[in-house]
Write a protein that binds this ligand. Structure first.
Ligand code: ATP
Length: 242
């Protein structure tokens, strides 16, 4: 059974990596493919270029044996429609191999806006993960998506391994309220996003000056911050303030 975790990964963070590993382990998958979009169809275009996002993802995954970086959308170029990615994985894996597309609940609720979305459950199962701040409220879904949910939702995990595609299952993952948007905003503000993402990714962001990171500005910020904290220490030492 192959898991497919697509994303923009602008940049990749622990809110992607840990849930991907959670799903792989919980559902007993053989592989979990992390697939960065070359050009995501449903959102603002990424800030980091495709090569930079792929490099950050590779650095994040490193030699972790349970996650694989799959660069087929980068090689295909153009708009990265998931249905094309699933079709290409299906033709490689054969008709009988179970494929599982992993989607956060927020992404799942927009599934009916995706290119050729009705083909997606024909090509793969859909594993819907719970994301912090989001409840899977199917009342928020379109009538077509509600119907799909009613027809295909299962709770028994063995249904996934027993069929190549077509089931939808909910899977709880470690709640990590982290988003790439938050990380980009921290970096742009001159603050550190450390401990929200792997250090290897943070190093690449600094090395390539991504998301508005500039060493000069940060040095200035740090100098200003040091001055503030020195003042605080002085006040503490003189017993006048804390
Ligand atoms: P952005 O803030 O730029 O929109 P993002 O952090 O949501 O980015 P994406 O690359 O757009 O990341 O997300 C890829 C997939 O990862 C989606 O299925 C999304 O639901 C899921 N995901 C993102 N962040 C989390 C998180 N903190 N916990 C669980 N799933 C997440």
């Amino acid at each position: 059974m192959i898991g497919i975790f697509g994303g923009t990964f602008d940049p990749v963070h622990f809110g992607h990596l840990r849930p991907a590993l959670d799903v792989k382990q919980a559902l007993g998958m053989d592989e979990m493919r992390m697939i960065p979009a070359f050009q995501p169809p449903h959102r603002m275009q990424p800030i980091a270029n495709p090569g930079q996002r792929l490099t950050m993802l590779r650095a994040a995954v490193g030699d972790e044996p349970d996650l694989q970086v799959d660069n087929r959308e980068m090689l295909r170029e153009g708009t990265s429609f998931m249905v094309d990615t699933l079709a290409s994985l299906r033709s490689e894996s054969g008709d009988d191999a179970p494929l599982c597309l992993v989607l956060g609940a927020d992404a799942f609720l927009t599934l009916d806006e995706w290119h050729h979305w009705r083909d997606i459950p024909e090509l793969a199962h859909v594993v819907v993960t719970h994301r912090p701040g989001w409840q899977l409220d199917m009342n928020m879904a379109s009538p077509a998506l509600q119907a799909l949910w009613r027809e295909r939702q299962v709770t028994d995990r063995s249904q996934l391994a027993a069929n190549p595609a077509g089931r939808i299952i909910l899977q709880a993952v470690t709640p990590l309220d982290i988003s790439a948007t938050q990380i980009r905003a921290l970096v742009a503000a001159g603050d550190s996003p450390r401990y929200l993402l792997p250090d290897a990714v943070w190093n690449l962001i600094r090395m390539h000056g991504l998301y508005g990171f500039t060493a000069v500005d940060n040095t200035k910020n740090n100098a200003a911050k040091n001055k503030i904290s020195n003042n605080r220490i002085l006040r503490v030492n003189t017993g006048t303030d804390i």
